[in-house]
Write a protein that binds this ligand. Structure first.
Ligand SMILES: [Zn+2]
Length: 253
């Protein structure tokens, strides 16, 4: 299991940290990385297993838990990843507000060390099954939890990341442009490096919160499947946003 966030506890400080920030410290300040970071990163969800930072070439860096340490019971990382069937069921949730709230709460959870319950990225499946018939116990509910696949867009995209429908997110810079009848939302990292392009109809655009309709830094989460295209030797990642509930923004400093 790879992580892109961690809980950092050091010297009275307790906060969520993101993979790209730790990668930056490791590259630019190895002494600080060695003295203040190593051994002080924990699972962002259950705060139990310690995490190590893995530096990679050609693919995104990641955190992974120490081999001999385990997640606490009920940590979402002890669940199985939701199948693409479940994922598309959630993406097409008839209750669009519930979908929007999942994404919104997920963004909030990324920026606070506190837990948000129920976890916005957990899907709970309840199967009514007749088990233990011999003891006359019928209709026992079997509850299985799954976590929804996700990817931090500010930590490089690899071919693996665009194979499936998932939740993409990160703290980014957004820029809007009207192209014929569609809106293009260009997303770059805070160093102004291109990440991906989102397209939506003017109708979908009209439901976007006005606060986020200017070029600005913010946190964003969107749900779908990126596709890759190439033009003049440059790679583009694109996605169509079909409903305003499939994208959420959060103000950040
Ligand atoms: Zn955990």
């Amino acid at each position: 299991m790879k992580f892109e966030e961690a809980l950092y506890i050091y010297n009275g400080c307790k906060k969520k940290v993101f993979i790209e920030d730790i990668s930056k410290i490791r590259n630019e300040n190895p002494a600080k990385f060695r003295d203040e970071i190593i051994g002080n990163l924990y699972c962002p969800e259950c705060h139990s297993p310690k995490l190590s930072h893995h530096q990679c070439t050609g693919k995104p860096d990641y955190f992974a838990k120490y081999k001999k340490q385990d997640h606490k019971e009920g940590c979402i990382f002890s669940y199985n990843e939701a199948s693409q069937t479940i994922v598309s069921k959630i993406l097409n949730d008839e209750n669009r507000e519930r979908l929007a709230n999942r994404l919104k709460n997920f963004l909030i959870s990324l920026h606070t060390p506190d837990k948000i319950q129920p976890h916005p990225l957990v899907y709970t499946k309840t199967n009514s099954k007749n088990i233990k018939k011999s003891t006359n116990q019928t209709n026992n509910n079997i509850v299985i939890n799954y976590y929804l696949p996700r990817k931090r867009i500010t930590n490089k995209l690899s071919p693996e990341d665009i194979k499936e429908t998932k939740i993409y997110y990160g703290d980014v810079f957004i820029k809007w442009k009207l192209l014929q009848n569609r809106y293009l939302l260009s997303i770059s990292n805070t160093k102004n490096e291109y990440i991906c392009s989102l397209f939506m109809s003017s109708n979908v655009y009209s439901y976007i919160d006005n606060k986020f309709k200017s070029d600005m830094k913010c946190s964003v989460a969107f749900f779908g499947k990126l596709t890759k295209s190439q033009k003049d030797g440059k790679i583009y990642y694109n996605i169509n946003i079909n409903h305003s509930s499939e994208i959420q923004f959060l103000e950040i400093e």
